[in-house]
Write a protein that binds this ligand. Sequence first.
Ligand code: ZN
Length: 316
Amino acid sequence: MVEPPREMVGPAPPVPLPTNTRVHAEGAVGVHLSSYVCRAIASVAPESAHAVAIQPGRVDTVVAAIIEAVHAVASSPQLVVIGLPGNVDEAHGSVNAASNLGSEWQGVVPLAQRVAERLGCPVELRNDTDTAMQGERRRGALIGCSDGALVTLSTGVGVCLLRDGVQFPTELGHSVSQFGGPRCLGRAHAGCYETYLGGWALPLRYREWHPGFEGTHHSQIPDDAAFWHECGRRLGDLVLTMCFSGQPLEAVSFIGSVSLARQHHLLPAVHERVREEIALLDTVPRSLRVTPLGEATVVLGAFLHARDLLFPFLAA
Ligand SMILES: [Zn+2]
């Protein structure tokens, strides 16, 4: 799946949910808010999923999109969990520095309160990395895994570690891969993994290979085997960095629009890079794969979290 162009506002493509894992929990709703789409689900079944395309910008517009998406899947929601980018203050239900959502989001936005007033039910906010990890651990590529990692390749590069069953969101996407490399966006450092693998950076890197390239979005980069193989080897370096950090790493799951669209080039190169260094590794990941949940990882994790809060004694 490739991200739709940002000008598009209105109905979005349906949320592709795994139909073999149907779960219903009356009133529990999960929402995934990203810079281009708002998805909501009220059960793990495609007939109760809804997506609204949005444009980065005003808080009011995004709140309206959330209300529309929630009401499309649940006429009387009891509890809504929203997974979104930015620094989330779970206790106060606010988000800070979610600048991917637009300029009005650079400060603190009391989003939970704004949405709860309109819906008339409690609303919880979670960082999208946390909800994605929930989705992967319970329905995705990290089932039964206690020590692993989730790597998101979309606009940026996100890394969440799983150590002895506990989730640790990290800034490893901004660890330096190449000192003296390209400048990062909005940060003081240079040469981090995001400057090579982030969706915003990929068109810039491709233009270094092919100066005539005029695209501005990673989806416009051709299916160029040599370029994407090089990206995959860089991604392999990131996996090796995690392996060398001292924690056992049983499995790594890759999510996000770049991973989904380019996995046929990226994954073989990641495996190649890990094999090259295998003699140095204490633990070799037994699984390096792209999520089987497609674009639904975050919204699925948000829904399962809402269901846990409403019905704490249901099975996983
Ligand atoms: Zn960086």
